[in-house]
Design a protein around this ligand. Sequence first.
Ligand SMILES: [Zn+2]
Length: 221
Amino acid sequence: MDIDKIEIIGDQHLPTSLETPLHPNAFDHSDDEKIETIQHHFQKIMEALGLDLSDDSLSGTPYRVAKMYVKELFYGLNPKNRPKISTFSNKYGYKKMLVEKDINIDSSCEHHFLPIVGKAHIGYIPKNKVIGLSKINRLVDYYAHRPQVQERLCLQIMKDLQQTLGTEDVIVVVNAEHLCVSARGIKDKNSTTTTMEYGGVFEDSIYRNEFLALVADDVKR
Ligand SMILES: [Zn+2]
């Protein structure tokens, strides 16, 4: 890919597909093997920058970064790490909107590998199945811990919840700060990005507005 196109995709933060682009043998290697490979290459990056890896403070950095990538920041790449979500029958017959707001987003932009930090707000209208509330947080955490673009993050959370809950009636709003916008490039310290995905009854603005009224103060924050 030519350099101009690389810069354009990065600076405009263009998403290219709903699924996280992975190559077919993405999980042929164990986590430990991946850590070893990344450690090797990150050391090369540091050396290319001119850093002296014999320094006590720096010598462990390639390993620390590699382990952080595989086990923490990008654990959500591996489908085996998707949280187990048991569904329960909707015994109370609660059929109105359920809203969970201010769910932490700790993600990374796939164009610059810099943090995306913010909040997700999620609403759904139960049909026959419900899930434990904390499972929504865990699902958000899982999809956030990949190299991401915010639009795709929003969509992936919504699609999974729709499938898990057996209903199209799901809405997801994400409001986040991108460090690749605040710490480099345009260096705008105050702007945030809001994305919204919804299906089912939320196509109707009455439902959408009811949800947005409930989370409005939090979106503005
Ligand atoms: Zn970026």
